[in-house]
Write a protein that binds this ligand. Structure first.
Ligand code: NDP
Length: 256
């Protein structure tokens, strides 16, 4: 097998949560371009089906859109079953769905705190467990979690304490599950992006620009397509000896 062959995902199926827009869509696209069939899971069923149809047409892969709320274990189970029904398999889970609230700590209502943690941590955990239970029946699988450099730095002045703490939990859960599931041939890794131009990042605010562009080694934000290749790599056999890794992709931001 050549080095390039190791990056191929032909014959595999990937499930991407929140995969119809933003980083999730870039991941779904990258995985399909690498040869995988893809299940796009999103709370907005119509939008996920629309995105899936467009991606199927572009790549010639089987791409389906399903309703998926990561907080709802039953919908996670249904998404796994849809993958099995429509493509015959599930090999890769990309836990991309995420929530972020920018608010100073003293003003955060419980509901906002709970939404961030339930999406970023509990939801990721529930779907990982559901997928891993399937992976144990077929000899293994791969999970890629989307963490953040917010796990290690504090974003100011757009305070986001719940988000920061939740992404630190994602990184540590990645390592815990990787160690526990390695004997089951289930690899678990994470990427930790810096600032990426999507709806989640308030990139046009002047204060934000000062901190995240002027003060950054590469003097710019990333675009989603710059994060996707690493997700494809971690999903593929090219990373076959990697598990429990958190790969930082931040244009050097955390170097200082
Ligand atoms: P977006 O806000 O553009 O997308 C977030 C996605 O998560 C949406 O598709 C959203 O769906 C989905 N989602 C939220 N809650 C749920 C839920 N309960 N069930 C299913 N889907 C849900 O953000 P990004 O694309 O920027 O973020 C994607 C991931 O990347 C997140 O985990 C984020 O934390 C991470 N990240 C982003 C960075 C950035 O700078 N943009 C930097 C580092 C990490 P819906 O439309 O229904 O709300």
């Amino acid at each position: 097998m050549s080095v390039l062959d190791k990056f191929s995902l032909a014959g595999r199926t990937a499930l991407v949560t929140g995969g119809y827009r933003g980083l999730g869509l870039a991941f779904a696209t990258g995985l399909a371009e690498a040869g995988a069939d893809v299940v796009i899971g999103a709370r907005d069923v119509a939008a996920s089906k629309e995105a899936a149809a467009r991606l199927a047409e572009r790549t010639g892969r089987t791409v389906i859109g399903v309703g998926l709320d990561v907080n709802d274990r039953a919908s996670g189970q249904a998404a796994v079953e849809a993958a099995l029904e429509e493509t015959g398999r599930l090999d890769i889970l990309v836990n991309n769905a995420g929530a972020c609230v920018h608010r100073p700590s003293l003003d955060i209502p419980d509901e906002e705190w709970d939404e961030v943690f339930s999406t970023n941590v509990d939801g990721l955990w529930k779907l990982s467990q559901t997928a891993a239970r399937h992976f144990t029946t077929v000899g293994g699988g791969t999970i890629v979690n989307i963490g953040s450099i917010s796990a290690q730095i504090v974003n100011r002045p757009q305070w986001q304490p719940a988000y920061n703490a939740s992404k630190a939990a994602v990184h540590q859960l990645t390592k815990s599950l990787a160690a526990e599931w390695a004997p089951l041939n289930i690899r678990v890794n994470a990427v930790a992006p810096g600032y990426v131009k999507t709806e989640m990042a308030p990139v046009d605010e002047p204060q934000f620009k000062a901190r995240w562009i002027d003060d950054a080694p590469m003097q710019r934000y990333a675009v989603p397509e710059e994060i996707a290749p690493t997700v494809v790599f971690l999903a593929s056999d090219a990373s076959s000896f990697m598990t429990g890794s958190v790969v930082v992709i931040d244009g050097g931001y955390t170097l200082h």
